[in-house]
Ligand binder design. Sequence first.
Ligand SMILES: Cc1ncc(COP(=O)(O)O)c(C=O)c1O
Length: 389
Amino acid sequence: MEQTAKDVHTKEELFPTYKRWDITFDKAEGVTITDKNGKRYTDFMAGIGVNNLGHAHPAVVKAVEKQLYKGWHASNFFQYDEQKETARLLTSHSCGDLVFFANSGAEANEAAIKLARKHTGRPKIISFVQSFHGRTFGSMAATGQTGIHEGFGPMLEGFEYHPYNDVNELEKAVDNDTAAVILEVVQGEGGVRPADHEFLRAAEQAAKQTGALLICDEIQTGIGRTGKFFAYEHSGIHPDIITAAKALGNGFPLGAMIGREFLRESFGPGSHGTTFGGNPLAMAAAKSTLETLLHEGWVEAAAFKGERFLNELNQELTSLSIVKEVRGMGMMAGVELTEPAADKMKKLRDKGMLVIAAGPNVIRMLPPLTMDEETLSGGVQKLKEVLLS
Ligand SMILES: Cc1ncc(COP(=O)(O)O)c(C=O)c1O
């Protein structure tokens, strides 16, 4: 038979949206990822802030396995006990009262932006420079990075980007046309930049005074990452909407938008929806993840270990000439270099340590919250070695 172009596999049949590393995943357990050649890597990135309980946590595996045989999907026309129970876990550990389950972080933010516009009847969404909220049209429009908008115009109308941590500019920006202020408590993709408490309180105040909603995008910072269940708790603010995803299913894909009771009627039947959001497999993963995280004390552990980890990073690295700044909160750390981070990250991978970038110059670490202190310290030493080389 004649060979067609389709039979000649000279190129990989994946869109090249990611500059992939030269590592083929084989399996993962705890804080270790093993590749196809049997090389083992200590995971300081947790699948970009996802596997907070470590890989293949037995409680989550067991819960998903059990659900596998009970049913995968029936649709949101059915009542699912698992949805109600997972929603209860989220609302009893946040200032929110109602949950909409989605399939990803971007979708959770879409829901939040739609709800804010529908509830207020206003067009304007205030966001911040260097923020990241996702890749769908709404969440991309909310993202304050021109590089992410490039080639996809026109952007949705009504989105504005203001300087992060600038209270004056924020107060000028929020007005009676504003539907919502959307922010990350620590900008993750934008370089691991924590917000000042004063800035967060000013955002809450400005929203309250004008009737706008405050949306905290906790997709990267939530589910214990910063040493609180949600990072906004560090500042004592009470957002109207919280979005979560990433670590919510410890690797099982799902997202959630958590809103206050007064928003209930604005998301009535027919207003918003999703085929897969909240499906029983995702709920089994999320419920067991949250129960394990809360019952085993991993949030408190993240606060304790995170403080020591950040102190050690500061002590060991700030004096190096290649290091501009060490930043972070809890188990979320960024080391800004005076040069692009890619070479150093490659060297770390060669030495069996996985980290990710946050912008060109920042090495970001988001280890599983279950990583022990000795392994965390080992990582600091390995990073120091590589930065000195
Ligand atoms: C703060 C924040 N918001 C939203 C998203 C988008 O989430 P997803 O990739 O699940 O759509 C991310 C992902 O990195 C994020 O860090």
